[in-house]
Design a protein around this ligand. Structure first.
Ligand code: ADP
Length: 390
């Protein structure tokens, strides 16, 4: 009985049930029979009926009593009811539940045409109601989808606005960072020009020139680094950051870099403790970039305290640690600083917030990783892990 429309007929006389069923049979209808009010109630709770045809004069629960019970239950309240009665038409109003749903009457002896047309009316009504219900559900679903799309659109719009804001901030940061070394160069050039015009040859003595060139070189390097960083970020974004591994001696590389940084004459002493000949297939240029970034930060944020660099191997990986004893990083910032453009607020940072982002991507490109341990006011230790065999 899987038909879409279910009809219930209730009569305590089996012959009547058979006769009625034969009369109301229709395509797509399933007819359920009940020989008492109680049996009918059980069926009513189990199924959803389009129509109930109730014999009024049944022994036990009468058709009217059953109808009143039906009107009292939420599930059955709106099922249209057709009473079958042999009594005169004046009995028609003995049932009081009209207001809750459709009610009609059929009179015995049953007229074939009247029964068929009444049932058809209710079946059609039920079908229409089902169709309306289906359309309402479809409409609600469409509205839900529309709301979801709208929410997605709003999120995308917010993201776009955030991205635009980041781009604007980035442009102004870049402009600011480039302007500083450029202004220094421009000022120095003007000073030199004036000395030249005044014939002040002592200003251009060999030691003076050496000093000038190294100062100029510093400004140029700082600008080149900035531009390289920006190019790297765009390479990372486009998935074009390439690694060219070759046999690299990490111990030698660290030795050279620590010496270079020490020769810069900064206030922090830098010491290196390295296992000898830690060798692997890495991109030497990129590994140098990682270490330069970490050492630059250690100098920048290291409060002029000593900096320790160590290199050791463990579990088939090389571990480089750059430790400073400077201002440190608050726990809530320790993840964020590896994201692009993130600079810890309230610090006079001169960077773009790109160094650690690039460093992390470079480590990842070597199938390695970078992590930090830090305490505010106590210093930071950045550890780079590079697999020895890739
Ligand atoms: P930036 O170029 O601004 O230094 P980085 O990506 O290298 O960008 O670093 C992001 C932020 O992380 C810095 O602005 C700084 O606040 C913090 N930071 C990085 N290294 C250290 C360190 N050794 N000690 C304390 N803070 C650090």
């Amino acid at each position: 009985m899987n038909s879409d429309i279910k009809l219930l007929i209730v009569d305590d006389l089996p012959d009547n049930l058979l006769a009625l069923e034969a009369l109301i049979r229709c395509d797509g209808c399933a007819i359920y029979q009940a020989s008492s009010g109680e049996e009918a109630l059980t069926l009513l709770l189990e199924h959803e009926f389009a129509l109930a045809i109730l014999d009024v004069q049944m022994i036990g629960m009468t058709g009217f009593e059953l109808a009143e019970l039906m009107r009292g239950m939420e599930k059955t309240r709106h099922i249209p009811i057709v009473f079958v009665t042999a009594a005169g038409r004046d009995l028609n109003y003995a049932f009081k539940g009209y207001e809750s749903g459709a009610v009609d009457f059929l009179y015995k002896p049953l007229d074939v045409h009247a029964v068929k047309s009444k049932v058809n009316v209710f079946v059609d009504l039920y079908r229409q109601r089902q169709e309306v219900k289906r359309q309402v559900t479809a409409l609600e679903e469409a509205r839900r989808q529309q709301d979801m799309l709208l929410a997605e659109l709003q999120t995308a719009e917010h993201e776009l606005q955030d991205a635009l804001q980041i781009r604007d901030q980035f442009m102004s940061m870049v402009a600011h960072e480039l302007r500083t070394p450029l202004s220094v160069l421009s000022l120095d050039t003007q000073v030199r020009q004036r000395h030249l015009e005044q014939g002040n040859s002592s200003f251009f003595s060999a030691p003076q020139l050496t000093h000038m060139f190294s100062k100029d070189l510093r400004q140029v390097k700082s600008m080149s680094r900035l531009i390289e960083d920006m190019l790297d970020v765009s390479r990372i974004r486009n998935g074009k950051l390439s690694i060219r591994p070759s046999l690299t001696n990490l111990s030698w590389l660290l030795d050279r870099l620590v010496e270079d940084f020490s020769n810069l004459g900064g206030e922090s002493a830098i010491t290196l403790t390295a296992e000898p000949d830690v060798v692997g297939m890495w991109d030497e240029f990129r590994i140098e970039q990682i270490i330069v970034n970490l050492l630059t930060n250690a100098l920048r944020y290291g409060a002029s305290q000593p900096i320790e660099v160590t290199l050791r191997t463990s579990n088939n990986a090389a571990l480089i640690v750059v430790r400073d004893h400077g201002i440190g990083i608050a726990p809530e910032e320790q993840e964020r600083i590896f994201e692009q453009f993130v600079r810890v607020a309230d610090r006079s940072s001169t960077g773009l917030g790109l160094g650690l982002y690039i460093t992390k991507q470079l480590a990842a490109a070597h199938s390695g990783a970078i992590s930090v341990e830090s305490r505010l006011g106590k210093g930071s230790a950045f550890t780079v892990k590079l697999p020895l065999n890739r």
